[in-house]
Design a protein around this ligand. Structure first.
Ligand code: HEM
Length: 398
């Protein structure tokens, strides 16, 4: 028994180590797999079908969201209800598209360059930069810098891991401790701001203005819960994407040279394409999980048509979809001219990332600041403690 368990563990490890290969075999011979209450969807067309039908394939995060917020849901954990629309709309009124060019990009550019300038030509990209910049952005733009920068970042990271990865009691304990600290801090930050209004134009101030106007869904606790959900989504994700992109470029010296040239002339559009393509080939996650709310047939009318029974946990494998040659031309090639639909890093359908436009500014800006450095070199391989990179040491001419 112990041996078969160990062998099973080895097999799972092997599958995870070779996920790209496993997905490519499945896309070819068995694109939709249903097994013991789970389903895996691997082709682009079927992944989008699942993620488009949010009323059939529903989110699974509510239970853990309740624990993190101590009794409420957050819009990522909701179906397409009145409350979902209300909460997303409120937050879109306070975190606006025009802020990207007016506030976010200038802040991220300056913060990244300042950190690099102070580093004397040697830094750990993850610990010193990619974890720090999004946390400082939450401080500046949302108005909530945290009780302690490192602890705030760690709390967001452990809550993310708790919400989106398989159960692990150690992670749960860390995440729920971090959640309590985060709630207490945000309660205090909201109270302090209420005692000292109209000094800043940030997301917190704008939320309180909506509260002043009597907007439903903007009580103090609602603001707190929205902030918890957003900072969990913002910090570890951005850090991972920036580190993974840089690591991919270090692994491919010709690309690194081309990306450095683009960085030095501030070709921001090209920087976005470098990020998108690096992430497509080094996916943030294997896919997006849903639960099937009614019996449903995926890819109906095709040879791969597959019945998914109600209650099945479904993985819409976005990593696999982005490598599907039926939609993505020569998917193994690194190309800077792919259309936007080639990328599903930020999800698809109803729950597409709230921060998707911020991401396409913040991640390339962090990456660009590093690439601008002369004599840039990686000191050692990126160190990952799943699911996040924890170190990526570099040097450059100070
Ligand atoms: C400022 C940064 C970010 C913020 C504020 C943010 C926030 C969010 C929120 C609130 C949602 C739920 C949207 C909804 O329910 O309608 C979401 C979804 C998502 N985000 Fe982000 N996010 C950020 C960065 C990122 C990054 C860098 C990634 C990198 C891969 C990412 C990947 C995703 C994905 C895949 C989903 C879909 C989840 C699902 O459908 O189950 N996010 N994000």
């Amino acid at each position: 028994m112990a041996n078969s368990k160990a062998a099973g563990g080895k097999l799972v490890e092997l599958v995870f180590k070779n996920l790209g290969l496993v997905f490519s075999i499945l896309r070819c011979i068995k694109p939709n797999v249903v097994f013991k209450g789970n389903a895996l969807i691997t082709r682009y067309e079927d992944v989008t079908e699942v993620l488009e039908r949010d009323w059939v394939f529903q989110v699974t995060y509510a239970e853990k969201m309740y624990k993190v917020t101590n009794g409420s849901n957050f819009f990522l954990g909701m179906e397409n209800t009145e409350q979902y629309t209300r909460d997303v709309s409120n937050m879109r009124l306070t975190a606006r598209r025009e802020d990207i060019s007016e506030i976010i990009t200038p802040f991220v550019d300056k913060t990244s360059m300042d950190i690099i300038a102070a580093s004397n030509g040697k830094m750990d990209v993850v610990q010193d930069l990619s974890r720090v910049v999004p946390t400082r952005l939450i401080g500046e733009y949302f108005g909530t810098p945290g009780w302690n920068e490192t602890e705030f970042t760690d709390a967001a990271t452990s809550m993310f891991q708790y919400l989106f990865y398989p159960d692990d009691p150690e992670v749960e304990k860390k995440a729920l401790d971090g959640a309590e600290k985060t709630r207490n801090y945000l309660d205090q930050a909201i109270a302090e701001r209420k005692a000292n209004r109209n000094q800043r134009d940030d997301v917190l101030e704008r939320c309180l203005k909506l509260q002043d106007a009597g907007m439903p869904g903007m009580a103090d606790q609602d603001i707190r819960n929205n902030f918890i959900g957003l900072l969990i989504g913002a910090i570890p994700t951005t850090s991972k994407c920036a580190a993974v992109t840089l690591n991919h470029l270090f692994n491919n010296p010709e690309l690194l040279v081309e990306a450095q040239q683009a960085a030095r002339v501030d070709d921001d559009q090209k920087m976005i394409q470098f990020v998108q393509e690096s992430l497509r080939l080094n996916a943030f996650a294997a896919g997006i999980q849903r639960i099937c709310a009614e019996d449903y047939v995926v890819a109906k009318g095709t040879l791969r048509s597959t019945k998914i029974p109600k209650g099945t946990i479904v993985l819409a494998a976005t990593q696999s979809a982005m490598m599907d040659w039926r939609k993505i031309r020569k998917p193994k090639e690194f190309r800077l001219d792919r259309p936007a639909y080639s990328y599903m890093h930020f999800g698809y359908g109803l729950h597409t990332c709230f921060g998707q436009y911020i991401n396409l500014a913040q991640i390339p800006a962090i990456v660009k600041a590093v690439l601008k450095q002369n004599g840039l070199r990686r000191v050692s391989d990126m160190n990952v403690v799943e699911p996040f990179p924890v170190n990526l040491e570099i040097e450059f001419d100070a």
